[in-house]
Design a protein around this ligand. Structure first.
Ligand code: SF4
Ligand code: SF4
Length: 243
C-alpha cells in the first residue's frame, strides 16, 4: 500500500539510515500541495533550515521566494522538497550513498504522491541525479550551464534544471541568470493556447505525432513551437501571447 505523506514525514524526522543523522539537528521534510503541477527539488537543508527544521527559510530561501514572485507562483501551490533531508556538515557535497539512500527511502515516494507534471531541479547535483533517474544524458558540470532553464522531457515527465538559489547568495551577479532560468516555468503554468484550433495538435490526437512532441511543446514550452507563429494562428491569438 502507498505511504501517506504523514507516514513519510514521520519516518524522515526519526531517520537514522545514513551517517548524516549524526550531525543534523533536524531532518527537514518536504511541504506544499499534493498532488501538484510543479515539484521543486533542492539539494539539502542549509544551516538555518537545520536549526529551525523548515524548508528553504535561510538566505537561499529568500532568493527562492524572490524568483517565485517573479514568475507569480506561490509556494503553497507547488510542492518543495530536498534530495537529502539532513544538513551536510560544513556544507560539503552530497555523497552518492547518501543521495541513493535518501532517494529510495523518501524522495521516490514523494514523487509518486505528488505526481508532478514538471520537476524543477535546483543546482548541479540534484539535476545530475534526476537526469540519471529519467534516463537523460547527463552533461558535464560546465555543460550543464547550457541546460539550466531548458525543458527536458522523459518518461512522460517534464524536467527543468535551474541554478540553485545559493549561487546568488555567494555571487549576487548570478540573479539575472536565475531569473532567466525560471522564465520557462511561467510558460509551463499553462498549455499551448492554440490547442483548440491547431491542426498539428489534431494530428497528434489521430496518433500521427509522437507524444514526446506534444509533451515538449503543446503541454510544454509552446512559445518555441515552430508552428506557434504561423499566419493562421497569428490572426486568432490574443495580443499578449505574441510577445
Ligand atoms: S539524509 Fe536521508 S537517509 Fe540520511 S539520515 Fe537523513 S533522512 Fe535518513
Ligand atoms: S505547441 Fe505547436 S503544435 Fe502544439 S498546439 Fe501549440 S502551435 Fe500547435
Amino acid at each position: 500500500m502507498a505511504s501517506s505523506i504523514i507516514d513519510i514525514n514521520s519516518q524522515i524526522k526519526r531517520c537514522t539510515f545514513c551517517r548524516l543523522h549524526e550531525t543534523r539537528i533536524n531532518a527537514v521534510c518536504g511541504e506544499g500541495k499534493i498532488p501538484s503541477k510543479f515539484m521543486f527539488i533542492a539539494q539539502a537543508p542549509g544551516r538555518i533550515e537545520d536549526q529551525e527544521g523548515k524548508l528553504l527559510i535561510g538566505p537561499s530561501g529568500k532568493v527562492f521566494d524572490e524568483l517565485m514572485n517573479h514568475i507569480q507562483l506561490k509556494r503553497e501551490n507547488v510542492y518543495i522538497t530536498n534530495l537529502i533531508k539532513c544538513f551536510l556538515p560544513k556544507c560539503r557535497k552530497p555523497r552518492s550513498d547518501e543521495i541513493n539512500t535518501c532517494f529510495e527511502l523518501y524522495l521516490r515516494k514523494e514523487i509518486e504522491l505528488v505526481k508532478p507534471e514538471t520537476i524543477v531541479t535546483l543546482g548541479y547535483h540534484v539535476s545530475k541525479f534526476v537526469f540519471r533517474q529519467y534516463g537523460l544524458k547527463v552533461p558535464s558540470r560546465i555543460g550543464f550551464r547550457k541546460s539550466f532553464g531548458k525543458l527536458f522531457f522523459s518518461k512522460n515527465r517534464k524536467i527543468v534544471p535551474v541554478r540553485h538559489p545559493a549561487t546568488v547568495v555567494h555571487q549576487s551577479k548570478q540573479l539575472s541568470k536565475l531569473i532567466e532560468d525560471y522564465e520557462i516555468l511561467r510558460t509551463l503554468k499553462s498549455n499551448c493556447p492554440q490547442i483548440p484550433i491547431c491542426d498539428h495538435y489534431k494530428e497528434f490526437e489521430k496518433g500521427m505525432i509522437p507524444y514526446d512532441y506534444t509533451g515538449s511543446f503543446c503541454y510544454g514550452n509552446w512559445k518555441i513551437c515552430k508552428f506557434f507563429r504561423s499566419v493562421t494562428f497569428y490572426k486568432l491569438l490574443p495580443y499578449e501571447y505574441l510577445f
